[in-house]
Design a protein around this ligand. Structure first.
Ligand SMILES: [Zn+2]
Length: 67
């Protein structure tokens, strides 16, 4: 673990875009990586993109009444 501005950060590789990213202490991403270092993690870019897609899909479902 490294020290950065008095806080810690975790490194992980995004399972979607395969880029390495950092999460800073105090963020949800940091807590997630710390809890499950071998788990699959998403960088912020991919996370917001996937959340947006999920929201769009949910909206479409509401409109069409289909899955
Ligand atoms: Zn990513």
């Amino acid at each position: 673990m490294q020290s950065f501005n008095g806080g810690f950060r975790q490194h992980s590789t995004c399972y979607s875009c395969k880029r390495e990213f950092e999460a800073f202490e105090g963020t949800q991403a940091y807590a997630r990586i710390k809890r499950d270092r071998k788990g699959m993690h998403l960088c912020e870019d991919c996370k917001s993109r996937i959340e947006l897609e999920a929201r769009l899909q949910f909206g479409r479902r509401l409109l069409t009444g289909r899955d």
